[in-house]
Structures are given as structure tokens and as C-alpha cells.
Design a protein around this ligand. Structure first.
Ligand code: UDX
Length: 433
């Protein structure tokens, strides 16, 4: 099939290349010429394992191209909307200006029977409004909403082998069109839920709200564990054995960040309030508050470890991305902790395998090094905030020999507690003693 993908950020670039890999002919459109040029040359403008390989393999077969010229969508019959829906500047609501602009830009090129497929995360009710706009354009094109559940770090795999497919359709004919797009996944038995626009939009935000709640639940238990001497990891293992609960997403630590969970729960709250149902999701404000408290907890532990006097002390911060295997620092707990410690006067040195360039753009006041040893050398305190394998695998005896620190703060409960203690460290985890 001939597809277009409007917006070649994280979601769009991955979607375009994965669709080409599956055999479709794809054009990716973006307004940013440098992004288009990089993608066209087979270089993703962000770090995502597996994406360079897919970009070049699909590109090599001549099925994938990128352009700044929207007119190039004219041949395609299915048009994916993959532009961003950031938090608006004046509050928590999602800013839909890029989605609206993408639809307006597409309209002159649409043909009878074309299908526009929304993938961006939007407030419930958006698809209905957009469908009405498309209907009144008289192009004969239709709209479907098909939310995306990919995780950063696994984006290519999640797109090619999704857990489930959700089609929000306004016309039954569009089920067949989407089945054609996702023929490989359908053939492999991927569950498919066909529903209306509102449900499809809500599935996405409900899934992210649930995941955020699960993480904040275990972090709330960590707060209780901290004042009772209980161990949050054993607790998570024990409750996680109940299949109704499940162990995944029960890792206590510095909390969730990234471009989706924090923004999506805030936008969901704002939308529910607009709908007069603020009380239905009022708990999400608590989920957000618990999450932000965990960052403060790490900072407090660091200040305690420095004898209450962080000023002028060298603190090595291991990791700055919101999670490993990503270069994304949007709403990153690790970056927030580093900034707060710097604000208290500590000499913060941040290291990360992939996130330094992005972090520096946002917070140039911090010191950065890609060399882990340099961050650790003569440090008065070591704080692990993103569990990259290279930090989890550090030799505690070696770290002791090059730093001045005696305390290791494990903001992700990722380290081998006994090994660090055996090497003479005072180990401080989250929700455990
Ligand atoms: C998330 C959803 O998982 C995905 O389905 C959706 O499409 C986009 O948002 P992503 O933001 O890539 O994906 O990251 P995810 O792996 O979900 O992690 C989110 C955050 O939660 C990270 O900061 C991670 O460190 C944190 N986390 C995750 C925990 O603190 N504890 C856990 O047990 C799991």
C-alpha cells in the first residue's frame, strides 16, 4: 500500500520506517529540513536501538523516503498523523495546534476514499471534531483513530509486533483498510479491537494512566516502607506473584518521566475537568504528586549523605535520560534531581551514555561528561538515577578506589546491594534499608 506519515518525530520516524520494513511504500513528511535530511540519509535524529538498521534496510529497497513537501502525499491512500501533542504553555491541557495544522495541510491532497489515521495521543473528542472537519471539506476522505503504544527503546519491535491493535472507526470499510496496513501483525494473531473514536482515544490515555498509577502505587508503598523498615523490592515480588497484580511496572525508585506518562496524565485530568468529570480522575493528581515527591526524596537523601552541607561537594549523577536505552530527557527524574542538587550548591557532574547533548540544551549550567570514570573521580557522593547497564555493572571496589565517596544512592533499586555493602559502601536505596 502507499502510505504517508505526517510528522517525523519519535513516533512518526519509527512508524514510517517500520511500515516500509513491512513492505509498504511510505513517504514521511516533516517541516524540519534537518530532520528530513538526516532520515533520508538513514540517520535517525534521536537514539533508538534498531532504528538505524530499519531505516537503511527499508531505504535500500527504495520503499521509504522523507520530504518537507506535503504535496508528496498525493499518491498515498492512507495518511498517518504522527505529530506531537505537547503540554500547552499555559496549563496541563494538550496543545493540538500541530494536529490541526497537519489536517489542514493534508486536505488539498486528499482523494475520495483516502483514509487519515490519527496516531497522536489526543484528548477524547478530538477525532470526532477532526472527522467533521474532513467531512465538510468535501474530499470524500475519512478518518480513523489508531493509538500507538510503543515504548522508547523498543519502538521498532513494538510497532512491527504490537501487543494489540485498536481501530477507532467511523465507517466499517476502514477496518479492511487498516487490516491491509497491519496485515503482518493480523496474520500473526495480534488481537484487534474495533471500536468508536472516543473509545480508541480513551484506550491510549487510560493505558498510560494505569501504568503511571501502578508506578506511583509502588512508590507510595516505598514511602511507607521507608518509615517502617520494610523492603519495597520484596513487597513488590510478593504482591507481583498474584497474577491479578503482576510484577511488571512495580519497580519503586525515582519515578516515571519521559514524553508520555507525565504529560498524558495531566492532559487527561484537564480534559476530564472540561467534561465535568474532574472527580473521576482526581486521583491522577495524587499519582503525579507521589511521582514528583520521589525526586525530592532522592535529593533529601543526597543532602543527608553529604552531612547536610551539599555546597561545593562533588556529586556524580549516573544517568540523565528518563530511562535507559533512550536519549530522551523530557521530564526526566534524573535531570530534575541533578538540577535540584546543583540549586543547593553541589558541584554536580552528570554522565550518561546517550542523553548528554539533550540535557545540556535544557540545563547548560550543569557539568557533563560522557566518561563515567571522570564523573566518579574524587566524587563525594555517587547517585544512580537511570539504570543503564554500564552503571548497574560498575565494580563497587573500583568506584571506591577512584572516588572519595562512602555512600551510594541507588535511585532505581537496580544495584547489587550486597556487593556494594561488601565493598565498604553505605548503600541507600528507595523504600528499603
Ligand atoms: C510509555 C508507555 O509504556 C507506552 O506504552 C506509551 O506508548 C508511551 O509511554 P515510555 O515513555 O517509552 O512508554 O516508557 P516506559 O517504559 O513506560 O517507562 C516510563 C517511565 O516509568 C520511565 O521513567 C521508567 O523509568 C519509569 N518506570 C517504569 C518506573 O519508575 N518503574 C517501573 O516499574 C516501570
Amino acid at each position: 500500500m502507499k502510505l504517508s506519515v505526517i510528522g517525523c518525530g519519535y513516533l512518526g520516524a519509527v512508524h514510517a520506517s517500520a511500515m516500509a520494513e513491512l513492505g509498504h511504500e511510505v513517504v514521511g513528511i516533516d517541516v524540519d529540513p534537518s530532520k528530513v535530511e538526516a532520515l533520508q540519509a538513514g540517520r535517525p535524529p534521536f537514539y533508538e536501538p534498531g532504528l538505524p538498521e530499519v531505516l537503511t534496510s527499508a531505504g535500500a529497497t527504495g520503499r521509504l523516503r522523507f520530504s518537507t513537501d506535503i504535496a508528496e502525499v498525493a499518491d498515498a491512500t492512507v495518511h498517518f498523523i504522527a505529530v506531537g501533542t505537547p503540554q500547552s504553555a499555559d496549563g496541563y491541557a494538550a496543545d493540538l495546534k500541530y494536529v490541526d495544522a497537519a489536517i489542514e495541510a493534508l486536505l488539498p491532497y486528499l482523494k475520495e476514499g483516502d483514509l487519515i489515521v490519527g496516531k497522536s495521543t489526543v484528548p477524547v473528542g478530538t477525532a470526532r471534531r477532526l472527522a467533521d472537519r474532513i467531512a465538510e471539506s468535501g474530499t470524500g476522505a475519512r478518518l480513523a483513530w489508531n493509538p500507538e503504544f510503543l515504548r522508547e527503546g523498543y519502538a521498532v519491535k513494538d510497532t512491527i509486533e504490537p501487543d494489540r491493535l485498536v481501530y477507532g472507526v467511523g465507517d466499517e470499510r476502514d477496518v479492511e483498510v487498516l487490516d491491509g496496513v497491519y496485515a503482518t501483525a493480523i496474520g500473526a494473531g495480534t488481537p484487534r479491537i474495533v471500536t468508536d473514536y472516543a473509545t480508541a482515544e480513551l484506550v491510549k490515555v487510560a493505558a498510560n494512566a494505569f501504568l503511571a498509577t501502578k508506578i506511583s502505587f509502588i512508590n507510595a508503598m516505598a514511602e511507607i516502607a521507608e518509615v517502617t523498615g520494610a523492603d519495597i523490592t520484596s513487597l513488590a515480588d510478593a504482591i507481583g506473584h498474584d497474577a491479578r497484580i503482576g510484577r511488571r511496572f512495580l519497580n519503586a525508585g525515582v519515578g516515571f518521566g519521559g514524553g508520555c506518562l507525565p504529560k498524558d496524565i495531566r492532559a487527561f485530568t484537564a480534559r476530564a475537568e472540561e467534561l465535568g468529570r474532574g472527580e473521576s480522575v482526581a486521583f491522577l493528581k495524587e499519582v503525579d504528586a507521589i511521582n514528583l515527591r520521589r525526586r525530592v526524596r532522592v535529593v533529601d537523601l543526597a543532602v543527608d549523605a553529604l552531612g547536610g552541607a551539599p555546597y561545593g561537594k562533588k556529586v556524580a549523577v549516573l544517568g540523565v535520560t528518563f530511562k535507559p536505552h533512550s536519549d530522551d530527557v523530557r521530564d526526566s527524574p534524573a535531570l530534575d534531581v541533578a538540577v535540584q542538587l546543583k540549586g543547593l550548591g553541589a558541584d554536580v557532574v552528570v554522565t550518561d551514555p546517550e542523553g548528554i547533548d539533550n540535557a545540556r540544551l535544557r540545563h547548560p549550567q550543569l557539568l557533563y561528561t560522557s566518561a563515567t570514570e571522570e564523573a566518579l573521580r574524587h566524587a563525594d557522593l555517587v547517585v544512580l538515577v537511570t539504570e543503564w547497564p554500564e552503571y548497574v555493572g560498575l565494580d563497587p571496589a573500583h568506584v571506591k578506589s577512584i572516588s572519595r565517596a562512602s555512600v551510594i544512592i541507588d535511585g532505581r533499586n537496580a544495584l547489587d546491594t550486597e556487593a556494594w555493602k561488601a565493598a565498604g559502601w553505605s548503600y541507600v536505596g528507595m523504600g528499603r534499608s
